[in-house]
Design a protein around this ligand. Structure first.
Ligand SMILES: C[C@@](CO)(OP(=O)(O)O)[C@H](O)COP(=O)(O)OP(=O)(O)OC[C@H]1O[C@@H](n2ccc(N)nc2=O)[C@H](O)[C@@H]1O
Ligand SMILES: Nc1ncnc2c1ncn2[C@@H]1O[C@H](COP(=O)(O)OP(=O)(O)O)[C@@H](O)[C@H]1O
Length: 294
């Protein structure tokens, strides 16, 4: 596999793309997640290749005299609606006095390793900074380690505890299936289960991967170091990975429990999703394109 220099841009913090759809909060998928160390404050150092999906939550804002949030949509159940919702926390970080009527239409499962809450927070920051004409706050990572990477939903290599990002090119669109078994998994519980925290990073230069097959082959030699600990917390994750056994690559995203399967063609992904949905009607199963408009 040639190791070519990639089109890359180093930034300590991502800024929203000028042409990003500001109210769309796409699912985040960690194609790799190498845990390479731990900071003195307990947070873990990561080396992760992150992409976003063409599936996500949707935020809208309207002028009003107070700040309010309504959560709707097929995955609204159980999502906090009060001040602890990341959308309201993002709004307050941007402007403690700001007023708006916000609607969050949930399509992603919560506490699922696909950054739904973080992506919602990033979308709230994008939308409300326009609506209120306020600059983006400096320390958005105060909302969560995943929030900075969600501000600019393009493929990126993430370092530090999640706050350092580098946009990467050379990845194709990836036909995929996302599967969540409906067991919420708490991120701190998974990190706490790790027995080894000084694991190897990815290679310094990522290769150019022209096709889904080439991407799956290279990714298979990388890892998600949280997969084993997450399976110990929620053993059903093993069943999900087994169900995705016909994929070119099956792996867990983030701290779980959502797993992704990569396929050569969208038709292959659709066939796998139909089969899994029939066998496990209680699971959340979606056909997606990862890294859309690559
Ligand atoms: C694991 C990842 C990988 O992308 O994704 P998810 O599973 O959440 O989607 C993220 O690092 C999660 O980011 P996020 O969910 O925003 O984390 P935070 O709210 O900041 O932290 C939740 C808890 O996770 C642990 N944590 C998080 C990030 C990190 N680099 N090291 C950690 O040890 C800490 O115990 C922290 O208290
Ligand atoms: N807008 C939101 N959507 C989903 N979860 C939210 C939201 N705001 C706050 N939360 C809380 O954040 C936690 C993490 O949710 P989420 O970001 O979806 O998962 P993960 O960190 O596993 O990717 C959940 O336990 C949930 O209670």
């Amino acid at each position: 596999m040639p190791c070519l220099p990639r089109r890359a841009r180093h930034r300590s913090m991502l800024r929203p793309m000028a042409d990003a759809d500001p109210g769309f909060a796409p699912a985040k998928v960690n194609l790799t997640l190498h845990v390479t160390g731990r900071r003195a404050d307990g947070y873990h150092l990561l080396d992760s290749l992150v992409v976003f999906a063409d599936l996500g939550d949707r935020l809208t804002v309207a002028a009003d005299e107070a700040l309010s949030l309504r959560v709707t949509g097929p995955m609204a159940a159980g999502v906090p609606t009060g001040a602890d919702n990341l959308v309201l926390r993002a709004a307050r970080l941007l402007d403690p006095e700001g007023a708006a009527r916000i609607t969050l239409d949930k399509h992603l499962p919560a506490a699922a390793g696909i950054g739904g809450g973080s992506s919602d927070a990033a979308a709230a920051l994008r939308l409300l900074s326009r609506h209120w004409k306020r600059p983006m706050p400096d320390r958005v990572e105060a909302l969560g380690a995943d929030v900075p990477m969600c501000l600019d939903p393009r493929a990126q290599r993430v370092g530090g505890i999640g706050e350092r990002s580098m946009i990467v090119g050379g990845l194709p669109e990836l036909p995929a299936v996302l599967v969540n078994p409906g067991a919420p998994v708490a991120t701190p519980a998974v990190f706490a289960r790790m027995t080894r925290r000084d694991n190897a990073p990815m290679p310094p230069e990522l290769p150019v991967l022209a096709t889904p097959g080439a991407a799956a082959e290279w990714l298979a030699a990388q890892r998600n170091d949280l997969e084993g600990p997450a399976c110990a917390v929620a053993p059903v994750i093993r069943d999900v990975l087994d169900a995705l056994g016909d994929a070119r690559l099956a792996r867990m995203s983030g701290s779980g429990a959502t797993c992704f399967g990569l396929y050569d063609r969208p038709d292959d992904a659709r066939a796998a999703a139909d089969r899994i949905a029939q066998t496990e009607p209680g699971w959340w199963v979606r056909v997606v394109t990862l890294n859309p408009s690559a």
